[in-house]
Design a protein around this ligand. Structure first.
Ligand SMILES: Nc1ncnc2c1ncn2[C@@H]1O[C@H](COP(=O)(O)OP(=O)(O)OP(=O)(O)O)[C@@H](O)[C@H]1O
Ligand SMILES: [Mg+2]
Length: 238
């Protein structure tokens, strides 16, 4: 195996791009601290759900790894949600096809890709229509593939059609792009795609979750605050 370059290091997993059999692949290795970090995510998820009076159970550790496997990917494919091709998976390491377009957050931060947010909204609606939720639905978890988007990072996906689970998807997507200058048009496109596909508006709860999560996600608190003050009533089911 050829260790080409360190592509992306984050707090949960080490994600690298490598060459295997003459082809570029993405390798995701659990860091030794993964269990602890997953505990933090699981704990936060439960805590927010209790604060908001929607008690909910997050995915357990076994489930998280199973969710990344081929079974979940084929469930998603039948819903019309594409994912990168899975090359191999074991308890600690996942290898999948490399998508050269990078993640949706990066594309949106360069501007001019708001139509891709619409596609993310459509995919999220398809998932909800089938009674599932991603829970961790950050724009960083969508990858750009030419002019379409595919979904990666499936660990927290669950069969759950509660309003809280759906609101978590909507809120976590919006929170992840709140620090971008073009937030308003990205949010509108995401909403349009979601509404078109599901016939549903956003819940008030999704905006509350957005505001809670954006504090942790934001890399620019002035922009996040500005965007938090944009009127959301047109999107809401009230
Ligand atoms: N198949 C892929 N092709 C290209 N880039 C990828 C691919 N998979 C992941 N990435 C890049 O690596 C980043 C992290 O991947 P991923 O979300 O799967 O890891 P993670 O450890 O679960 O991250 P986090 O906990 O922050 O969501 C993505 O946001 C994306 O930029
Ligand atoms: Mg991710």
């Amino acid at each position: 195996m050829n260790y080409h370059r360190l592509y992306f290091v984050n707090w949960q997993r080490q994600v690298t791009v490598e060459e295997q059999n003459g082809r570029l692949v993405v390798v995701k290795r659990n860091k030794p601290s993964k269990e602890f970090h997953e505990f933090v995510i699981a704990y936060t998820y439960s805590l927010i759900s209790m604060l908001l009076a929607h008690p909910s159970r997050p995915s357990g550790l076994d489930e998280i790894m199973r969710n990344e496997g081929s079974e979940m990917r084929s469930v998603l494919h039948t819903m019309g949600i594409p994912t990168p091709e899975l090359i191999s998976i074991d308890e600690t390491t996942l290898v999948e096809e490399y998508k050269a377009g990078g993640d949706l957050y990066a594309a949106l931060s360069k501007g001019g890709a708001a139509h891709l947010a619409r596609l993310a909204g459509q995919l999220t609606a398809k998932l909800h229509g089938a009674g599932y939720a991603f829970i961790d639905n950050k724009a960083q978890n969508f990858l750009v593939d030419d002019d379409s988007v595919v979904r990666t990072d499936l660990g927290f996906t669950q069969k759950n059609s509660s309003s809280y689970a759906r609101s978590m998807d909507l809120g976590s997507f919006l929170a992840s792009v709140m620090d971008l200058d073009s937030y308003a048009s990205i949010a509108d496109s995401f909403y349009d795609g979601y509404r078109e596909e599901s016939g549903r508006r956003f819940t008030m709860l999704s905006i509350i979750i957005r505001n809670l999560l954006s504090i942790g996600f934001s890399s620019n608190s002035a922009l996040t605050l500005r965007n938090m003050l944009i009127d959301t009533r047109a999107m809401l089911d009230v």
